[in-house]
Design a protein around this ligand. Structure first.
Ligand code: C2E
Ligand code: CA
Ligand code: CA
Length: 577
C-alpha cells in the first residue's frame, strides 16, 4: 500500500514519539565509554606492573587483576551494544578494531607474545557483540512493525484513530487552526449484507484510495489528513487555512469524490455520506471535546435520513430537554440515596473470578432502568458525576466488605472514575475516607480511567495516578481503542490493565482485520507490560479466539452480566463453599 508523504510523516512521527520515551539517556553512553576507557587503561597498566597488593591479608600480584579489568571492559562493550543498538555496536566495533594495530605490532615487531590472548579475546568479543546486535535488531524490527500497525488501519492502509489524535495534538501544540471532520458512509451495512464482506472491504478500499489521492494532490488548497476510525467511519483533519468557508469547500470536494460512481467486482455503487465537523480552537481546543462535538453533530445529521449532508457542530446539538429531565432525576436519586449499583464479574481465561466492575444504576419513576450510556454523559456535563462515582464506590465497597468471609476474599473491585472527578483536589481524601470507612483493602481496588485523561492535563493526571498507585490501588485504562489515545501518553501511565472496548470485540465476528486489530492491542498491552481484558464478550467463539490471541481476562455476558448485590452474594457464596 502506497502511503502519501504527509501520512508517512505523521505515522513515523507518531512511532518516533513512542520510541523516544524508551531511549537510554546520552549520559549513560558517556559513562559507559568512560568506564571502558578506565578499565582498558587498567588492563594495560596491570599487565605491565610488577607490583603487589595486600588484599585481606593475602599478597597478590597486580598483574593477576588483568583478567578482572578485561572482563569489566567487555561488559561495558556489551552494555553499549544492548542499550545503544546501532550506534553502540558501531562504536564498540570501532574501539575493538582500533586496538588491533597496536597489539599486532607488539607481537610482530616487539615479539611480545603476551598480547596473543588479547587478540583472541578481542575477536571473541567482536563475534559476541555481532550476535547480540543482530538478535537485537530483529526484535527492534518486530517492535517497529507492531508500532506501525498501531497507527495504521490494516484494511485501507490509512492512518487510524491513534494517528488522528497524535496529529491533532501536534496541531494544537503549534497553535494551528484546523477542522476535525467525521464521516459516516450511508447505508454501508446493506452492501455488506447483500454483497458480502469481501465486496464491502473492496468498496472501503476504493473510498480510501480516492480520498488518499485527493489529499495527496493538494487540489483542495488545504492541508488534508484522511484516515479511518472503524467500519464505514472515516475522518479528515483539515488545516492550512483559517477560513470556515475553506473547510466547507474541502469537505464538499471529498463528498463529490465519494459520490462518483464506484465500480467494484463488476457492480456499480452510488454512495453518499454524512459529514460533521468542529473547528479547533473556535469550538474547543481540547481533543476529547472535539471528538465529542464532531460525534454529536454526526449523530444529529444522521437522524435526518439518507443523502449526503454536511453539518457544522453548534452547542445546540448538546443541550436538549431530555438532558434537563435526566439531570433532575440524577439529583433526586443522589439526594435520596437511591442511586443503585450492579457488579459485573470479570474472569481469567480459565473462568476463575478476577473481580467485579461496579456500574451505576438509575431507576426511572416507572421502575424501569435508565441506561448509564444516557445519564452518565449528562452527569459529566452538569458536574454530578463526582457524586455518582463516589456513591457507587462507597456502596459497592461497603457491600463487598459485609459479605461472609470478606477478609478471605482476594478478588478486585473496579470502579469507574470520570476525568473531572479524578482531577478534583480532594479526590485522594475521598478515596482514603471510603477505604477507611468501608474497610475495603486498597490493594483490591482498581480505578478505571479513560485514555482521554492524559490529553487534558497530562502532568496533573500523572501526578494523581502516582498518588493512587502509592496508596496501593491499581489502574485500568477503560474503553481502550475508542479514544484518540496518544500512544506516547499511554506509555507514560503506570497502569496495570488495558480494557479493550466492546465495539472491537463485536467486530471480531465480522472480519479478519478487526481480529488483527484486537490482537495488535493485546500485543501492544503486553509490550507495555500490561494485562489485557476484553469487554462485552458475548459468545464462546469470541472467548476461544481471545484465548488464542493471548488475552488475559474476560468481562461479558458470556460468563456474567452485571448483577444486583443479592446475586453477587450468591455467586461469591458458591465460590467460597
Ligand atoms: P463501561 O465502563 O465500558 O462498562 C461496561 C459496559 O458494558 C456496561 O454498561 C456493561 O453492562 C456493558 N457490558 C458488559 N458486558 C457486556 C456484554 O457482553 N454485552 C453487552 N451488550 N454489554 C455489556 P453500562 O452498565 O450500561 O455502563 C455504560 C457506561 O456507563 C460504562 O461503560 C461507564 O463508562 C459508564 N458508567 C457506569 N457506571 C459508572 C460510574 O459509576 N461512574 C462513571 N464515571 N461511569 C459509569
Ligand atoms: Ca468501565
Ligand atoms: Ca469499558
Amino acid at each position: 500500500m502506497v502511503k502519501t508523504k504527509a501520512e508517512k510523516g505523521n505515522i513515523e512521527n507518531t512511532l518516533r514519539k513512542i520510541s523516544i520515551k524508551r531511549e537510554t539517556p546520552k549520559s549513560a553512553f558517556i559513562l559507559l565509554v568512560l568506564l571502558y576507557a578506565i578499565a582498558y587503561y587498567m588492563v594495560i597498566a596491570s599487565s605491565r606492573s610488577q607490583a603487589t597488593v595486600n588484599l585481606f591479608g593475602v599478597t597478590l600480584e597486580v598483574s593477576a587483576f588483568t583478567g578482572v579489568f578485561a572482563s569489566l571492559s567487555n561488559i561495558c562493550i556489551i552494555c553499549l551494544v544492548l542499550l545503544f543498538r546501532r550506534v553502540g555496536f558501531i562504536f564498540s566495533l570501532g574501539l575493538l578494531l582500533f586496538q588491533f594495530p597496536g597489539m599486532l605490532s607488539n607481537i610482530i615487531r616487539l615479539q611480545n607474545y603476551r598480547n596473543i590472548p588479547g587478540v583472541f579475546s578481542n575477536l571473541l568479543v567482536m563475534i559476541a557483540i555481532t550476535v547480540i546486535y543482530i538478535g537485537n535488531r530483529r526484535i527492534t524490527l518486530y517492535q517497529n512493525s507492531i508500532r506501525d500497525q498501531a497507527v495504521t488501519d490494516r484494511l485501507t492502509g490509512l492512518p487510524n484513530r491513534f494517528a488522528c489524535g497524535e496529529l491533532m495534538q501536534d496541531l494544537i501544540k503549534a497553535s494551528q487552526k484546523f477542522a476535525l471532520v467525521t464521516v459516516d458512509v450511508n447505508n454501508f451495512k446493506s452492501i455488506n449484507d447483500t454483497m458480502g464482506h469481501d465486496t464491502g472491504d473492496n468498496v472501503l478500499r476504493e473510498i480510501a484510495n480516492r480520498w488518499r489521492t485527493l489529499a495527496d494532490s493538494k487540489k483542495t488548497g488545504t492541508s488534508d489528513f484522511v484516515g479511518r476510525f472503524s467500519a464505514d467511519e472515516f475522518y479528515l483533519v483539515i488545516s492550512g487555512t483559517d477560513s470556515s468557508e475553506a473547510y466547507k469547500r474541502t469537505i464538499e470536494a471529498y463528498k463529490d469524490e465519494l459520490e462518483r460512481k464506484i465500480t467494484v467486482d463488476d457492480c456499480d455503487y452510488y454512495l453518499t455520506a454524512c459529514f460533521s465537523y468542529t473547528i479547533c480552537p473556535d469550538d474547543s481546543d481540547v481533543i476529547e471535546n472535539l471528538f465529542l462535538f464532531a460525534d454529536s453533530a454526526l449523530h444529529e445529521v444522521k437522524k435526518k435520513g439518507s443523502g449526503s449532508r454536511i453539518l457544522r457542530f453548534t452547542h445546540n446539538v448538546l443541550n436538549s430537554e431530555r438532558d434537563l429531565e435526566l439531570e433532575r432525576k440524577i439529583r433526586a436519586a443522589l439526594n435520596r440515596n437511591k442511586l443503585l449499583f450492579n457488579l459485573q464479574p470479570q474472569f481469567d481465561m480459565d473462568h476463575k473470578l478476577r473481580g467485579f466492575e461496579a456500574l451505576a444504576r438509575l431507576k426511572d419513576d416507572d421502575g424501569s432502568f435508565i441506561s448509564p450510556v444516557e445519564f452518565i454523559p449528562v452527569a459529566e456535563k452538569t458536574g454530578l458525576i463526582d457524586r455518582i462515582d463516589l456513591s457507587v464506590f462507597e456502596n459497592a465497597a461497603a457491600f463487598l466488605s459485609s459479605l461472609p468471609n470478606a477478609d478471605k476474599h482476594d478478588f478486585l473491585l473496579s470502579i469507574n472514575v470520570s476525568v473531572r472527578h479524578l482531577m478534583k483536589n480532594n479526590f485522594m481524601e475521598e478515596m482514603r475516607r471510603v477505604v477507611s470507612e468501608t474497610n475495603f483493602p486498597p490493594q483490591r481496588i482498581e480505578i478505571e480511567i479513560t485514555e482521554s485523561i492524559m490529553i487534558d492535563s497530562a502532568e496533573k493526571a500523572l501526578w494523581r495516578i502516582d498518588e493512587i498507585k502509592k496508596m496501593g490501588m491499581q489502574i485500568a485504562i477503560d474503553d481502550f481503542g475508542t479514544g484518540f489515545s496518544s500512544l506516547s501518553y499511554l506509555n507514560s501511565i503506570p497502569s496495570d490493565l488495558l480494557k479493550i472496548d466492546k465495539a472491537f470485540i463485536d467486530k471480531m465476528d465480522e472480519n479478519d482485520s478487526s481480529k488483527q486489530y484486537v490482537s495488535m492491542i493485546i500485543s501492544l498491552g503486553h509490550i507495555l507490560n500490561l494485562k489485557v481484558i476484553s469487554e462485552g464478550v458475548e459468545s464462546q467463539k469470541q472467548v476461544d479466539e481471545l484465548k488464542a490471541i493471548g488475552c488475559d481476562y474476560i468481562q461479558g455476558y458470556v460468563w456474567g452480566r452485571p448483577l444486583p448485590p443479592d446475586d453477587v452474594a450468591k455467586l461469591v457464596d458458591s465460590i467460597d463453599s
